[in-house]
Design a protein around this ligand. Structure first.
Ligand SMILES: [Zn+2]
Length: 119
């Protein structure tokens, strides 16, 4: 069987930049991550990483999720009508960005083909 490091199941806000993170392998266990102080209460951090500036997987996962967490909190405060407006606007922006991205990929592919033909 392959080693499975698991994925964080749930991150909850405790206070300020302190979050509760479920253990990657045992959902009954929760660790506390403090992003300002860059600490975690998991055994890996406490026994090995403390004082080394090292980041355990819970700190890394929480850093990635923090932006999403705050965006979701902001979105929850929107009125229904504003939520609809934002969705429409960002879907249009997303579509435009996707088209330009595809155009660039196509241009890159054509350039690579031309280079291959004439080199
Ligand atoms: Zn940890």
């Amino acid at each position: 069987m392959n080693y499975d490091p698991g994925a964080p199941k749930r991150i909850t806000h405790i206070k300020d930049r302190v979050y509760g993170v479920q253990s990657f392998t045992d959902e009954d266990v929760q660790y506390e991550v403090d992003l300002d102080n860059q600490t975690c209460t998991c055994p890996h951090y406490v026994k090995i990483l403390a004082g080394t500036n090292g980041k355990c997987k819970h700190i890394q996962a929480t850093e990635k999720e923090e932006v999403n967490y705050h965006l979701i909190q902001k979105a929850r405060k929107l009125k229904d009508s504003d939520l609809q407006k934002c969705l429409q606007r960002y879907q249009r922006i997303y579509s435009a960005l996707k088209i330009v991205h595809q155009e660039r990929q196509l241009a890159d592919r054509r350039n690579a083909e031309m280079k291959a033909l004439f080199s």
